[in-house]
Design a protein around this ligand. Structure first.
Ligand code: BG6
Length: 439
């Protein structure tokens, strides 16, 4: 049985939902660079900036007790220095409404919404100047909303930085010419570790507030029991492990630290950095979980033949979530929350609803995995589905829907953006009302 007070709800970002792309002084952000031209863009989102009350009423009807959102840095502080009072007031109203509709707010300070100018002028988090600007912005947000927001995430999927391998640069930085790529990534990792620790320090000055370490948990399993595959998978998983280790021990994972030394790829560290990291660990761990992969020494990440896939080729592996929760909890013994999970699928609106049994199956299996982990001793405190109302995908694609609420818009046709309850809405409502017993 899940404990009373287990949090149920959903999670979104500002840029995938808000729209209002110039309202309150908002400017271009680095996440705009990952929209693919054939899809839409984030300009109109699902018009959440005007419709959040209507949507919160639907979440309340479904029984949500928690909602994770991000503050759009490029709206509240377009130049990274000054702040827009109008934008700050918008988030005041947004947070007040969330609470009024019975949800505990959980705020992500960074979900790829860095003002573009900070990438152009300083090369994003590669620069300690941007670390300072981010921390200044974060402190302002924590001071302003900390009386109402008690759960804070500094970076969404912080380990995503360590997997950068193309020109998308979610974290707003480019490898400077002449710099070794892995050394560049190690510097980004270090700088964002420092930024996170400074945010954690600030959160701990606010009464009852908690800082969550947040990763994308996308583990790999050895493709075979060939020890070379087992070792390769372990080395790959260490990239993520270094985050959990830093969040909880305040130190670099020994394997990663030694690797950086052996390869002569240590990042530049300022005096006091290591002590700062050591002193500012998290209160809770949190993760997004969508899939796992197989891994072999020869091929790297590869298909797991035992798993089915979504329409977007994402493997479906609820057992991977069970294993992850157990493994992470047994290792670090901190409360943990699933703060993103769900199935992106093409939905068809018929008779004013969507018969999305595929989504129900996916969520049922993953919630079952959470329940099993809890029954095996894991202190999991909540489950938030990704995009409970359809939002644009990370690449700006409206056809990839995760919601239990359908939004009537397409990539290039905004239609009326009317909201419709899908079949999964009623299902999730029952799950929540029974605290996970009726699935
Ligand atoms: C998470 C991101 O990794 O995955 C979200 O935090 C994203 O921003 C979600 O939307 C689902 O990915 P996608 O590409 O299907 O939208």
């Amino acid at each position: 049985m899940l404990k009373e007070g287990f949090l149920w709800g959903g999670a979104v970002t500002a840029h995938q939902s808000e729209g209002g792309h110039t309202m309150y002084g908002k400017v271009r952000a680095v996440c705009d660079n990952i929209c693919q031209p054939e899809f839409g863009d984030f300009k109109d989102g699902i018009d959440e900036i005007h419709r959040y009350e209507e949507d919160f009423a639907l979440f309340e009807e479904c029984g949500f007790t928690c909602y994770r959102f991000s503050i759009d840095w490029s709206r509240v502080s377009p130049d990274g220095i000054h702040f827009n009072e109008e934008a700050l007031e918008y988030y005041d109203r947004f947070i007040d409404a969330l609470i009024a509709y019975g949800m505990e707010p959980m705020c992500s300070l960074y979900h790829f919404e860095m003002p573009q100018v900070l990438m152009d002028e300083y090369n994003g988090f590669y620069s300690r100047k941007v670390v300072d600007m981010f921390v200044n912005y974060a402190y302002k947000m924590i001071d302003r909303y900390g009386d109402r927001v008690k759960k804070w995430i500094s970076f969404n999927e912080q380990n995503g930085i360590a997997f950068i391998n193309d020109e998308k640069f979610l974290y707003g930085a480019k490898c400077p010419e002449g710099v070794d790529f892995q050394t560049f990534v190690n510097q980004l990792i270090h700088n964002t570790f420092v930024a996170h620790a400074l945010v954690a320090k600030k959160v701990h000055t606010i009464k009852d507030a908690q800082i969550l370490g947040m990763i994308i948990y996308a583990p790999v399993q050895a493709k075979t029991c060939d020890p070379r595959d087992v070792r390769a998978a372990m080395d790959h998983n260490a990239i993520t492990e270094q985050y959990l280790y830093m969040f909880t021990h305040g130190e670099y994972l020994p394997y990663i630290y030694q690797k950086m030394i052996k390869e002569d790829k240590l990042p530049e560290m300022e005096a006091g950095d290591l002590q700062l990291l050591k002193e500012n660990t998290v209160d809770m761990l949190s993760l997004s979980y969508y899939f796992s992969h197989a891994y072999s020494a020869q091929e790297g990440e590869c298909k797991n033949p035992y798993l089915k896939e979504s329409e977007w080729g994402w493997p479906i592996d609820p057992t991977g979530l069970y294993l992850g929760l157990r493994d992470i909890y047994d290792r670090y013994r901190l409360p943990i929350m699933v703060v993103e999970n769900g199935l992106g699928a093409k939905d068809i609106l018929e008779n004013g609803t969507v018969y999305d049994d595929y989504r129900i199956d996916y969520m049922r299996a993953h919630i079952q995995a959470v329940k099993e982990a809890v029954s095996d001793g894991v202190d999991c405190r909540g489950y938030l589905m990704w995009g409970p109302i359809d939002i644009l995908s990370s690449h700006g694609e409206m056809a990839k829907r995760y919601g239990i609420i359908y939004v009537n818009r397409e990539d290039h046709d905004l239609k009326d953006m009317k909201r419709y309850r899908k079949k999964s809405f009623t299902w999730y409502q029952k799950v929540i009302a029974s605290n996970g017993e009726k699935r």
